[in-house]
Write a protein that binds this ligand. Structure first.
Ligand code: PAP
Length: 336
């Protein structure tokens, strides 16, 4: 596969009526519920039951209006901080395993996983085509019920990853912690926790996000693969093979014998990715004016790090909320 990024290879329809979409976005943002307590850059806006920053919301409206999924597309879906970066790396490595041996030209060694697999809502919004033309992988933080209609209609495959809510919250809080709040102070853990519990956090409520994909995976198991971060950590060999099979590119017996599964796991491991120069010093442009240090996507990569941040009371509360919200669904988190 040619790993050079073409200037304009996007498979999205070019936007025929930008003003109409801009108008729709303005209408939505002027009428939807608004919350001023969430930290950092801006208020959050509630759209179709979930909370977003205005920039993401604009990208979502664009994606919903414009995105044309292809039947062979594979969309990597997740709530923020549940293992997106890892899943992007694994998806990319599995699909391109025949050409990843040369570490100098291997994209996963020289670019961050976020550049290997673009975000649907972010990249559409940015209008900066950066999709590998032969690679059917895209990622999104959108909840199942807000996915563009063409994704559902095209029958393309979805892979979802979820994680213990306590670790999701702690990861999210650390990510935001050194971003200044509107009052120019840090975002207090207790305040962030309260909002996360209420579901008023970026892309929240988290449990609704999980439930949407969980139900879809029960209904259409051949179309929606549901993964848990904790299970992937515990038995990467099993789940990486499962992922490859689901994506339509199973590992052959020869590949298994030659250790290709293990190599893929090691290439995408937290330790390997974290130590790469690009992930230690590089930056990822979420939007043209917002750059994030790549190293912020590689903090600890552990199961149960919440124990270093949350009190027993906070643990009980979050576990209880999650158990209550998921009651009757047949789904449980792997609580640690
Ligand atoms: P995003 O939604 O902003 O892209 P996402 O990748 O979903 O973030 O989550 C980041 C978390 O995944 C971080 O967790 P932590 O804060 O608890 O440490 C990050 O360390 C972890 N992570 C990143 N890459 C990997 C990996 N290869 N293996 C395991 N965990 C990883």
């Amino acid at each position: 596969m040619d790993f050079s990024l073409p200037e304009s290879s996007f498979s999205y329809k070019s936007c025929p009526e930008p003003q109409k979409i801009q108008q729709k976005f303005k209408e939505i943002i002027s009428t939807c519920p608004r919350n001023s307590e969430w930290t950092a850059f801006t208020d959050l806006f509630q759209y179709q039951g979930y909370w977003y920053t205005p920039r993401f919301l604009e990208g979502i409206v664009l994606a919903q209006q414009q995105f044309q999924a292809q039947p062979h597309d594979i969309i990597l879906c997740s709530h923020p901080k549940t293992g997106t970066t890892w899943l992007k790396a694994l998806g990319f490595a599995i699909m391109n395993r025949a050409c990843l041996d040369d570490s100098r030209s291997n994209p996963l060694s020289v670019t961050t996983p976020h550049e290997c697999v673009p975000y649907l809502e972010v990249d559409l919004y940015q209008n900066k085509p950066n999709r590998y033309p032969e690679l059917p992988l895209l990622a999104t933080h959108l909840p199942y019920t807000s996915l563009p209609e063409s994704i559902i209609a095209s029958n393309c495959k979805l892979v979802y990853i979820c994680r213990d809510p306590k670790d999701v919250f702690v990861s999210l809080w650390h990510f935001l912690a050194n971003v200044k709040s509107k009052e120019n102070g840090h975002f207090p853990l207790e305040k962030a926790f309260e909002l996360f519990c209420q579901g008023t956090s970026k892309n929240g409520p988290y449990w609704d996000h999980v439930l949407g994909y969980w139900k879809a995976s029960l209904k259409w198991p051949e179309r929606v693969l549901f993964l848990k971060y904790e299970e992937l950590k515990k038995d990467p060999h099993f789940h990486v093979k499962r992922l490859a099979r689901f994506m339509g590119c199973p590992f052959s017996l020869d590949e298994e014998r030659e250790g290709v599964v293990q190599k893929t796991i090691e290439l995408c491991s937290f330790q390997n990715l974290k130590e790469l120069e690009v992930n230690k010093t590089g930056k990822y442009s979420i939007f043209s004016s917002v750059q994030v240090d790549n190293k912020k996507y590689f903090r600890k990569g552990e199961v149960g790090d919440w124990k270093n941040c949350l009190t027993e009371e906070m643990k009980e509360r979050l576990d209880e909320i999650a158990a209550h919200k998921l009651e009757g669904s047949g789904f449980t988190f792997d609580f640690q």
